[in-house]
Design a protein around this ligand. Structure first.
Ligand code: CTP
Length: 397
């Protein structure tokens, strides 16, 4: 997503400035071009040698360096995005007042690109009316200000003022500035993870599923501009982007009800969840004690969510299912396509040696009524990206 994006990073004098080493490395790994400006005060906290090594470019600080005038206007116009992190109280105040006594502020005043600030300071400084007034002025002028996180501060106190974790910063920028708009206006429903059917208060019947496939698809479609509703069973992972609407459920019945509310409104629905096919109709309210004899549990069928929504789909809606098969894989997948009235089934070839639970690389086929496309050795993120491209190529009007 950051590929070839021009990110200008302004670092100011704050203890958390050292975290920018990692920030630059992640941006570079994601394919961004990075230029760095430091304020004179920032030099007390970071090494310009390390910053220039990681960014693979000289670091700017003074208006004149080695008898050469540094062109802040040119640098400001170069950027696709100006990130000021950490943004200290002093720099925030200078930005508000246009006090261009250093290269960073002068560049800010000449920069037509969007600006995002990550303030970092002690909690009392952050909460002070002067800072809050300055922050609200910056926001009124169109700058994005991300609130600091809460936790232990360099002062030894606990409170608000920490720079967010690098991953959170990157995800925020991706979500708010790098997100594309090709699927803008499209509503997508995604199911993910397992469901859990309680036997008693401490025991459940479930399927093995990490949820990673569904989350990757939700994130991919979200980053292309879609409005995404992710209905997720219990999983250990989180969505990268807060803009994704996460609806957490436990049972198959809860997952069905959550999906059913979008029955008429979704454009594309992707069903990756490993939904339990059976549930316990008369679960015990109390923990079942171990008996001398065997225990019989009566199971009843759950609703097929994809099958139900697939059969009810409206002309503008497209539905994608997933199939995990061991025998007669393609035939079974084609049968599911027809039976569930899906437009596409993504078949995971489970019998292949490189394709089983918790494997990073999978062999999958995209099966529609017109064609079968086979892909070998794809990661879940690559499958998500291929599926997004399939939707755009075949169904986007
Ligand atoms: N699915 C669903 N609701 C269910 C069961 C399955 O929405 N109650 C969806 C899954 O999310 C997946 C597709 O149906 O997209 C296929 O699931 P799978 O378990 O392979 O198919 P089943 O219909 O349950 O058949 P079987 O387990 O016998 O292969």
């Amino acid at each position: 997503m950051f590929l070839d994006k021009k990110i200008l990073l302004g670092i100011t004098g704050s203890i958390s400035a050292y975290k920018m080493y990692q920030f630059i490395r992640v941006l570079k790994q994601k394919g961004a071009n990075v230029r760095v400006i430091v304020t004179p005060n920032a030099k007390a906290f970071v090494s310009t040698t390390i910053l220039s090594t990681f960014s693979e470019h000289k670091v700017y600080c003074e208006f004149v360096e080695d008898d050469l005038w540094q062109n802040h206007v040119h640098l400001g116009r170069w950027a696709d995005l100006f990130v000021i992190a950490p943004a200290s109280c002093t720099t925030i105040s200078k930005l508000v007042n246009g006090l261009a006594d250093n290269f960073l502020v002068a560049t800010y005043l000449s920069c037509p690109a969007p600006v995002i600030l990550f303030p970092s300071m002690d909690e009392d400084m952050w909460l002070h009316p002067s800072t809050q007034h300055n922050i609200s002025l910056l926001q009124q002028r169109g700058n994005t200000v991300v609130e600091p996180s809460t936790g232990s501060l360099a002062s030894g106190l606990n409170g608000k003022g920490r720079l967010p974790e690098i991953e959170e910063m990157i995800n925020y920028i991706e979500s708010n500035f790098i997100r594309q708009s090709i699927l803008a206006g499209k509503k997508v429903l995604v199911t993910a993870g397992p469901t859990e059917e309680p036997i008693d208060p401490v025991r459940v019947i479930t399927n093995r599923s990490s949820g990673k496939m569904g989350y990757a698809i939700a994130e991919s479609l979200y980053m292309l501009g879609a409005e995404v509703y992710l209905v997720s069973g219990p999983v250990a992972i989180k969505t990268k982007y807060t803009g994704i609407h996460l609806i957490q459920v436990n049972t198959a019945d809860e997952m069905y009800s959550a999906c059913n509310q979008f029955r008429e409104s979704y454009d594309y629905a992707v069903f990756t969840a490993a939904v339990a096919d059976y549930t316990i109709p008369n679960r015990s309210d109390k923990k079942i004690k171990k008996l001398d004899q065997d225990l019989q549990i009566n199971l009843t069928k759950t609703k097929d969510i994809l099958g139900t929504l697939g059969l009810q789909k409206l002309p503008h809606q497209k539905v994608i299912g997933f199939a995990l098969e061991t025998d007669n894989a393609v035939d079974n997948a084609i049968e599911k396509l027809t039976k569930k009235n899906a437009d596409l089934i993504v078949l995971n070839h489970l019998s292949d040696t490189n394709s089983c639970f918790n494997q990073d690389q999978m062999e999958v086929s995209f099966i529609s009524k017109d064609e079968i496309q086979k892909f070998s050795s794809l990661s879940k993120i690559e499958i998500a990206s291929k599926l997004s491209n399939y939707i755009i190529k075949n169904w986007l009007q």
